[in-house]
Design a protein around this ligand. Structure first.
Ligand code: FMN
Length: 170
């Protein structure tokens, strides 16, 4: 299956990026075909200011993917700004696709923030979500390494389930 992994954080030391990379490794090992997009490499403009050519390319990658994994950092109990721009501008052809969420947050109490992304994807494009989220906070990392065995286990479970269900839906 062709999976698009979209790491949406623009932070130089993004932790959700590390979650995305860990899941990418798991899925590649299972034989899936991964397109990895790091939003830090994409010049972004708000939707009414016109899409950059890189944003147009991302919209095509969204259309071409069988399914999508989205990495997000929590901003004010919701999705981060870059992700909202990408959803508004580049997800028009995501209708009906299976998707999963990998989330980094500052604290443990923001876990329901991923529900905003669920609402957007399900209400706007009738996308279907894997009912398992990888949620990690600062204490789960040592510098640029995921150090929590619990989070690493969850990454394995997420990847296994995404791979199994994703392939059935292709
Ligand atoms: C503008 C802003 C708002 C934030 N709001 C929250 C929040 O509501 N809840 C929370 O747990 N962490 C919050 N954080 C912390 C981030 O979620 C945390 O730094 C996380 O690692 C971001 O993901 P990233 O490292 O992939 O960018 C906020 C950070 C920023 C910059």
């Amino acid at each position: 299956m062709n999976t698009l992994i979209l790491s949406s954080s623009l932070a130089g030391n993004s932790r959700s990026y590390l979650l995305c990379k860990a899941v990418e490794q798991e899925l590649i090992a299972k034989g899936d075909n991964i397109t990895f997009v790091d939003a830090r490499t994409i010049p972004l403009k708000p939707v009414h200011k016109g899409l950059t050519s890189e944003m147009e390319h991302l919209a095509k990658q969204v259309e071409a993917a069988d399914n999508i994994i989205i990495g997000m950092g929590v901003h004010c109990y919701s999705v981060n700004d870059a992700l909202k721009i990408i959803l508004d501008a580049c997800f028009g052809k995501a209708t009906g696709k299976f998707f999963g969420i990998l989330c980094a947050a500052g604290g443990e109490r923001s876990y329901l923030s991923t529900m905003h992304l669920t609402q957007i994807c399900m209400n706007e494009w009738r996308m279907m979500q894997l009912p398992r989220i990888v949620y990690a906070t600062g204490k789960d990392f040592t510098e640029d390494t995921i150090s929590s065995s619990e989070v690493l286990e969850r990454i394995k479970l997420f990847s296994e389930e995404f791979h199994t269900i994703g392939n059935k839906l292709v």
